[in-house]
Structure formats: C-alpha cells, structure tokens
Design a protein around this ligand. Structure first.
Ligand SMILES: [Zn+2]
Length: 243
C-alpha cells in the first residue's frame, strides 16, 4: 500500500512512502519489496516497481533508483536513467515527473522539496550518512538548482526509533558530534540513536522551517520492512517528485 502522510493536496511536490503490503514478493520479502539488491526474485521486484509506477500514473522509466552505499554522494538527475544511479545516497532534481526513490529498511528516508524553486530530493539517511554529511551535501545540490532553505519542507519517513536502536556508546558519540539530539536511551536503558531527531536537528540548523516526522518505527511495525528486526528482508521506498 502507498500512503502519503504529510503533503497538503495543493502543493506541486508529491511525497509517498510505501510499506510491505500489496506486492508480489514471497517471504522473507513479502510482499511489496522494492529493493533489487536483497536476494528477492527480480521478476517479483519488477512487478512491484511496475505497480508503483501504475499507482503514481507515471511511465516506469520515470522512477529513478540509487545503488546506495551509506556515503555522501549526490546525483542531480534530469532524465530517466538506464539503471540505478551508482554509488549515491541522494537524488536531486528539478525535472517534473521524475520520481526520486530511496530504499530503506530502518534508515531514514528524507524527502525534501522546495515548491517555489521546483526542486526535490530523496536522501538515504542512515547512521553513517548522517555522521558523514549526506544531508548538507543534498541541500547544497538543491541550492545549486535554485532552492532556498526557507522554502524547503521535509518529510522523514518510517525508521528505527531511538528506543529500539541500540548502539555502542562510542558510535552514539560519533553521531552526536554532528547531531546531539540523536543521542538517546533505548528502552533497555542503553546507548541509543534517534536518527530522525538527528536528521531534524541538522535540517533545522540549515534553516529548513518545516520538518514532519512519520512516527512509525520499522522495528515495531510489522507492516514495515526492518533489517534490524528480520535480517534478510525487503525494502520499502520513499518517493518524491514534482507532479
Ligand atoms: Zn522502535
């Protein structure tokens, strides 16, 4: 199923987050897996991606995917791609109808849009990307296309929550250096990371006034894929485009 928890109906940028339901993949990828790199049957993934295109009423080649590497690489795209954009964790575009897709199963899908400039971005914000600066890199690429922070709004999609995301204390400290609010306690009272809090802090510091968090936790919500919970599993997607 596809849900759109945040975007008002009047804005040009559109944002959608998928979940596990309504696809063709078999366990452990059941059923709406959109990741083609996780061991699922490619024909099932293709059928699921076809369904996304159909639901959004766009040709399938308008969906732009990334080979995500937990880095800070940003790709500005202005046309359909032959395959996933290699080695990148953020897509930026000013081209209407091009649907930017980020795959996740605990990391934060960050969907950014400046409706005035007509610029959108989809960012894969995991622990490593947050720590090393994928968000400033994406915002910088948006600015190069004319976006202004004060016009940008952000939707942070479902991700592992701070209560569930236990990490070694040193790893927590590493992320807290760039986003202090990400350092939290888990439900068990151990060192944890609230990546969405950290992402929101970084975006607000950059001057973005509107940041909306989808509160769902991937580990706790059985309708979402979670790598941390299930190991081998599928991926949901965050999608943003100018419609
Ligand atoms: Zn949780």
């Amino acid at each position: 199923m596809l849900t759109n928890p945040a975007a008002p109906s009047t804005v040009r940028p559109r944002r959608v987050v998928t979940d596990r339901r309504g696809g063709r993949s078999r366990p452990p990828y059941d059923s709406f897996n959109l990741g083609e790199h996780v061991g699922d049957d490619p024909a099932d993934v293709a059928a699921n991606r076809d369904r996304v295109a159909r639901e959004l009423s766009v040709p399938r080649d308008r969906l732009v995917w990334m080979s995500q590497v937990h880095g800070t690489g940003v790709a500005v795209v202005d046309r359909p791609q032959e395959g996933p954009v290699a080695g990148t964790d953020a897509l930026v575009s000013a081209t209407p109808g091009l649907v930017l897709c980020v795959l996740v199963a605990d990391c934060v899908p960050v969907l950014l849009a400046d409706p005035e400039a007509g610029v959108v971005a989809a960012v894969h914000a995991g622990r490593e990307g947050v720590r090393t600066g994928v968000l400033p890199a994406a915002l910088s690429a948006m600015a190069s296309l004319g976006a202004r922070a004060r016009h940008v709004s952000a939707l942070l999609g479902p991700a592992v929550c701070g209560a569930c995301y236990e990490v070694p204390a040193a790893m927590q400290a590493d992320v807290a250096r760039v986003a202090p609010s990400s350092a939290v306690r888990t439900r068990a009272g151990t060192a944890g990371l609230d990546l969405r809090a950290g992402v929101e802090e970084i975006l607000r510091r950059a001057g973005i006034p509107e940041v909306v968090q989808d509160p769902r936790c991937t580990v706790e919500d059985p309708q979402l894929f979670s790598h941390r919970r299930d190991g081998v599993t599928g991926r949901q997607a965050g999608l943003v485009w100018l419609g």
